[in-house]
Design a protein around this ligand. Structure first.
Ligand SMILES: [Zn+2]
Length: 215
């Protein structure tokens, strides 16, 4: 079932190792089907090089496995909490990508010094430390992410959301790039903040003008 979404979630997960956002089996991407409400997610602790679209696990919003022979990701509860509380979200991605996790280790949000930050709505907020693997992380994400598409989770890593699994993984790649540049900028001086007007204008451009009409 949900062949198209399985393929999209599979391809999104495979971007994680290709983009250098994960080591070993960490990281995961999920996507929600708008019709059934089911969520397709990566299986737990499975090597990326062995993954196929058939390995993706279909669960309902309560975490019951609807289809799949493998256990879903340990972060499934977290993803599901976000989907239950954010009807506008159809994709969630989680990584411990290096530079974003530097901000997580320091307990710092990422200020908007770059136009690419505006794509995510400006400052990338910080969520407090919450033990991993449960819906408590989901609650912290929902409480703190607001209208942004990414959140740094203290002492842990980063979560991104989107209107599809594809958008969530794009944001995961972007947030790592932003974290990397901001990290280096902070080492060299005092970066310049974008103001609210510039952020809104840039966000509007990314949302409404950027890219091809059929994409
Ligand atoms: Zn994690």
């Amino acid at each position: 079932m949900l062949e198209k979404l399985r393929q999209e979630v599979y391809e999104s997960n495979m971007i994680l190792p290709k983009a250098g956002l994960v080591v070993m089996t960490s990281g995961n991407v999920s996507g929600r089907d708008p019709e059934t409400g089911y969520v397709v997610i990566k299986p737990s602790g499975y090597k990326y090089e062995h993954l196929t679209p058939e390995h993706m696990v279909v669960v309902d919003l309560d975490g019951n496995v609807i289809e799949g022979n493998l256990k879903p990701s340990v972060d499934t509860e977290t993803h599901l909490y976000v989907y239950r509380h954010r009807p506008d979200v159809f994709g969630v991605c989680h990584t411990h990508s290096t530079y974003a996790s530097v901000f997580a280790a320091l307990g710092q949000p990422i200020p908007p010094y770059l136009t690419t930050s505006a794509m995510m709505g400006g400052e990338i907020p910080l969520g407090k430390f919450v033990p991993i693997g449960g819906k408590e992380i989901g609650k912290e994400i929902v409480d703190k992410i607001g209208d942004k598409l990414a959140i740094i989770m203290q002492n842990h890593g980063v979560f991104t959301i989107g209107n599809s699994a594809t958008q969530a993984i794009k944001m995961a790649v972007e947030v790592e790039e932003i974290a990397k540049i901001v990290h280096h900028a902070l080492l060299r001086g005092t970066p310049l903040l974008l103001d609210e007007n510039d952020i809104n204008a840039t966000k509007n451009l990314y949302e409404n003008i950027y890219g091809q009409d059929n994409n």
